[in-house]
Design a protein around this ligand. Structure first.
Ligand code: PLP
Length: 410
């Protein structure tokens, strides 16, 4: 077999706590409820510009890798924001404003349409939402704040690119730069918000701060409901390879699959950059732990040193395996998607979008690992292609051509 990726180091940790072949426990359903997931879908599907993102069947790549199917949920077109994050932050902002209006006795059930129409603009304009971001989450929060009518302050750590900053500022958010890493920016956002009475809309959670990140994750579950309607019939995935930053994406997608398929859920493999592998390390130690260092990876959306508590509580039960990959594997995979085998359409996939695909291709190269992960000729792998070229200059530098020149047709 002529495998489509060269060899790169890959680390594997099996999660002994994962529950395979069992229905989701009540504790999981309490963390992320099926009713709340359905409500998120109904709500988000009502927003202007909503359309399910494409599920791309990469037949050429699957054949080259010796797999039954590779299904790539391409999130680049999501609401024109470039990534799946459009679903989470903006949804959480909406829920924050609805709750504030309810608590103030102004509107028991303000609808998103009323908020967009400016029915309570005077009240909502007094509310400020804030968050730290590597780019994509902040873009979503800023977009939600603009759409539903509140103020927004976004914290960026020093290595977030100017292009990502501009994409957020475009929605009228105030930008504050913080020295250090993403995790330093998370702490600064929390401190400033406490001092000014702002509401933090974070995609990561910590003790005592779970409800808002839960809404962010509920927004992400929309991808699963869409994908389930898009699979060729009887061809549900056997594997999910999900990239992890703080773990919210992986936990939300895996949990929703577990809700929908019960004991028949797919095998869940979480993939991280080897330089920012807090979920892998948490799995190794059997408890949520941070990893030190400057988290220097090109996979900017995955450059997180501390797991989200809520995400971890889900992943420790549902994630069967954890893998880490180096940056070079991500770059090679970005090129592979941009210049694919003949049968496949060219795709513009960002640095953080390809980690899952890179890992499945690398795992297929190693028979011991492929066996451990139960990857076979008839395996059907679902990937979340979580972003497009959210930083076009960086993308062009890494792939060697501009995103527009790839000829992606959506
Ligand atoms: C494009 C992209 N993919 C994946 C992730 C990982 O999501 P999470 O931090 O919820 O694990 C992020 C996070 O910012 C991202 O921007």
């Amino acid at each position: 077999m002529d495998l489509p990726i060269s060899d790169h180091p890959l680390a594997h940790c099996r999660n002994p706590g994962a529950r395979r072949g069992a229905a989701p426990p009540a504790s999981l359903l309490a963390l992320l409820s099926p009713d709340a997931a359905r409500a998120a879908r109904r709500e988000i599907a009502s927003w202007p510009g909503y359309a399910p993102t494409p599920l791309v069947d990469l037949r050429g790549l699957a054949a080259a890798a010796g797999l039954g199917r590779i299904l790539y949920k391409h999130e680049a077109p999501r609401f024109g924001l470039g990534s799946f994050k459009a679903l989470g932050g903006a949804y959480a902002v909406l829920r924050v404003l609805q709750e504030a209006l309810r608590a103030a006795g102004i509107a028991e059930e303000a609808s998103s349409a009323d908020l967009r129409a400016g029915c309570w603009r005077e009240e909502t304009a007094r509310i400020t939402v804030a968050c730290a971001t590597d780019g994509n989450h902040g873009r979503s929060v800023a977009w939600g704040a603009r759409m539903f009518g509140c103020r927004c302050v976004i914290y960026l750590h020093e290595t977030v690119s100017a292009a990502r900053e501009q994409a957020i500022a475009r929605f009228g958010a105030e930008i504050r730069r913080v020295s250090g890493t993403y995790d330093d920016a998370v702490r600064r956002a929390a401190e400033d918000a406490a001092a000014h009475g702002w509401i933090v809309v974070s995609d990561t959670s910590y003790p005592g701060y779970l409800d808002i990140p839960r809404n962010v994750m509920l927004g992400y579950t929309v991808m699963v409901d869409e994908a389930v309607a898009q699979f060729p019939s009887g061809e549900e995935p056997t594997h999910l390879f999900l990239q992890g930053g703080v773990g919210g994406l992986a936990a939300a997608v895996a949990a929703r699959f577990w809700q929908l398929y019960g004991s028949d859920r797919p095998r869940v493999v979480v993939v991280e950059p080897d330089r920012a592998a807090c979920l892998f390390e948490s799995a190794r130690q059997g408890r949520p732990v941070g990893v030190p260092g400057d988290l220097d990876t090109i996979m900017a959306g995955l450059a997180c040193g501390e797991p989200s508590l809520l995400a971890w509580q889900i992943l420790e039960a549902v994630a069967d395996d954890f893998l880490t990959i180096p940056d070079a594997a991500a770059v090679e995979t970005m090129r592979l998607l941009a210049f694919p085998p003949a049968e496949d359409p060219p795709l513009v996939a960002g640095e953080s979008a390809v980690a899952g695909l890179a890992a499945v291709l690398l795992a297929r190269r190693r028979s011991d690992l492929a066996a451990a992960l139960e990857l076979r000729e008839d395996s059907r792998v679902l990937l979340i292609g979580s972003e497009g070229a959210t930083d076009p200059e960086t993308w062009a530098h890494l792939v060697g051509t501009a995103p527009e020149s790839v000829g992606e047709v959506l």
